[in-house]
Write a protein that binds this ligand. Structure first.
Ligand code: AGP
Length: 608
């Protein structure tokens, strides 16, 4: 949440920062701002709204500087106003900074400084940090930042400039992501490495309790005691082209269309000759695996739904004792966790605060931890160590799509691998599922050819009051994900229920203005789900059915059928989710919503 960008070098400072902020906008888009130093003076420009509005202001005012910092905000403390927009400046105009995170003892610091006569100008928690820095600064930035880090509590990525330091940007991190890059005579910092890709692919991921000084010449790293240390850079395996929208009107649509390739990449090197093999990524012995009696899946949002898919599939493969938990709850419950637990954390961004804290807890309690993430070297990856990477490439749309299919691919392989190592996966099942998995990319491609028909269905229902999504067994988790997609980007109320649960209460809501999206694959639960569809029809709810190709009966129950190709029953979630993503996308588009940047949301949720 919130995106930060800093630049020092010979290019046009405002251009680099504005471009960097545009790449960060999915982290927050309530307001944006930029500060530069020129001729020993700090100037800043801020606006509510988007980065393009800031860019218009920058152009209109011929705003320029020698080096600078910028911010795009997801408001936590203080309303969405220009005054609360970052950067924030100390009252003596000597220090300016941008911040991602939450300063928990901001009120206390503010009271202390106000008592010293320092005037505050905003409602933000961030201002306490900059005013404190202004107060303690005596010409030595490092010393002032050390003092600040001792005084503030909470999570922060800070990027700071001091008026009298004409070739220095300082950064400090605890709990919020921050990455630093240097190439030639240019230094950069950003919340998200994708913003640096066009400048350099060799970066340093800042660790907690670490700060750095970035100049044109170099980057030097220190701990929070001010002691200098060496730091190894990492090479990013993404490239700048991956962060462009290409021919698509929205990143979300582009990312939906990337899914056949993403699934294929996720299988690459992990499946061969009808067998699954993860031994080159997980150096676990059969004895170790046998010792993990419990499996905990921990994640948030879409990633959580991917773990529900995984749990359902794994239950069909072996005798696993599995829990799926929302990360923000896992930490605060008294769940038995210990050396007999394999705790699997799933996070697209690898920066989600709830998931990260849950992983720290499980680690501290002696569980074996594994992370499944899309961002190599993200905080959770670095902290947990053991990882399976989802090779989906950067996902820019706030609503996750391709990373969900990548996650369920990797999780399915993991489940198969664990079952195999425990001696519970028969060679026949392994062969059947790996063959079916290898066919998923072409099946997804065939669903994408139905895009026009799905768009039409979406248009027909875009004025509905809300939606129910229902499914049984393995049709239930994709129903959850379909409802979440619709909520996130169309702002329509959507709830998913196990189809059999509707009659226990939610059915009271049904009427002709509340359509039901029924996931009804052919198989043993078809008839039971049809009964639930009948119950909905009896309450006059229009039915949109996601059914299997060749299902000649389904047309008796719905005039709005989206047919999906046949696959093995365990893999239905792969096939079901793509039409639901397209449905949500086109409902939102019909309603004129801001699809890639839905209101109130941010891609990377770095606050608890
Ligand atoms: C998905 O569309 C959402 N943007 C959100 O639920 C997301 O999946 C959640 O915040 C978890 O993010 P992570 O996978 O990066 O940890």
């Amino acid at each position: 949440m919130c995106g930060i960008m800093g630049y020092i070098g010979d290019r046009e400072t405002t251009k680099v920062i504005l471009e960097g902020l545009a790449k960060h906008e999915y982290r927050g888009y309530d307001s944006a701002g930029i500060a530069v130093i020129k001729d020993g003076k700090i100037s800043e420009l801020r606006t509510t709204g988007r980065v393009f509005q800031l860019a218009e202001k920058v152009a209109a005012e011929h705003f320029t500087g020698d080096f600078g910092i910028g911010h795009t905000r997801w408001a936590t403390h203080g309303g969405v106003t220009e005054n609360n927009a970052h950067p924030h400046m100390s009252s003596d105009n000597n220090v300016v900074l941008v911040h991602n995170g939450i300063i928990e003892n901001a009120r206390e610091i503010r009271a202390e400084l106000e008592a010293q006569g320092i005037k505050f100008h905003t409602e933000t928690d961030t201002e306490s940090a900059v005013q404190y820095l202004g107060w303690v600064y005596n010409g030595d930035p490092k010393e002032a930042i050390v003092k600040l880090t001792r005084r503030i509590r909470g999570a922060f990525a800070l990027v700071i400039m001091f008026r009298d330091r004409n070739n220095e940007i300082w950064v400090a991190r605890k709990g919020s992501p921050l990455v630093v890059g240097h190439a030639g005579n240019e230094g950069f910092c950003a919340s998200d490495p994708t913003a640096l890709l066009e400048f350099t692919r060799d970066v340093w991921f800042m660790d907690d309790d670490e700060m750095a000084r970035i100049t044109k010449e170099d980057c030097i790293f220190f701990d929070f005691e001010g002691r200098e240390h060496e730091k190894k850079s990492m090479h990013l395996d993404w490239d700048a082209a991956m962060t462009s929208r290409g021919k698509y009107p929205h990143f979300m649509l582009k990312e939906i269309h990337e899914q056949p390739d993403v699934v294929a990449h996720s299988l690459l090197g992990r499946v061969a000759n009808g067998e699954v093999d993860l031994s080159h990524e997980l150096s676990w012995t059969a004895e170790q695996i046998a010792g993990w009696k419990k499996i905990h899946f921990v994640a948030c949002g879409t990633s959580h739904y991917a773990t529900i898919v995984a749990a359902h599939i794994m239950e069909t493969l072996g005798n696993f004792e599995i829990r799926t938990e929302v990360a923000s709850e896992y930490r605060y419950r008294n769940i038995p966790i210990g050396p007999d637990t394999l705790a699997i954390f799933v996070s697209q961004s690898g920066e989600t605060a709830d998931t990260l804290h849950a992983a720290r807890l499980a680690k501290a309690k002696g569980a074996k931890c594994l992370v499944i993430t899309n961002v190599r070297s993200s905080t959770i990856h670095r902290e947990v160590g053991d990882a399976l990477i989802t090779p989906a490439g950067p996902e820019i749309g706030v609503a996750a799509t391709k990373t969900f299919t990548a996650q369920i691919t990797v999780l399915t392989l993991l489940g198969m691998y664990l079952a195999k190592m425990r001696g519970e996966l028969s060679p026949e099942t392994e062969k059947r599922l790996t063959t079916a998995l290898m066919d998923i990319p072409s099946k997804l491609a065939s669903i994408l050819t139905q895009e026009k028909a799905i768009e039409q269905t979406a248009r027909n229902f875009a004025d509905a009051r809300g939606f129910f999504f229902i499914g049984r067994g393995l049709a239930y988790p994709p129903a959850l994900e379909g409802a979440l997609k619709l909520k996130e980007i169309s702002y329509l109320h959507a709830e998913a229920y196990p189809a059999g649960e509707m009659k226990h209460g939610p059915i009271a809501l049904l009427d002709k203005e509340l359509p039901v999206v029924a996931l009804v694959p052919q198989g043993e639960l078809w008839e039971k789900t049809i009964s639930n569809i009948e119950e909905s029809m009896a309450r006059k709810s229009p039915i949109i059915a996601i059914a299997t190709e060749g299902d000649s009966e389904i047309s008796h129950y719905s005039e709005n059928v989206i047919y999906t190709p046949k696959t093995e029953p365990e893999l239905f979630p792969f096939i079901a989710v793509v039409p639901l993503q397209l449905f949500a996308y086109y409902v939102a588009r019909q309603r004129g919503c801001d699809i890639d940047m839905p209101r109130n949301l941010a891609k990377s949720v770095t606050v608890e």
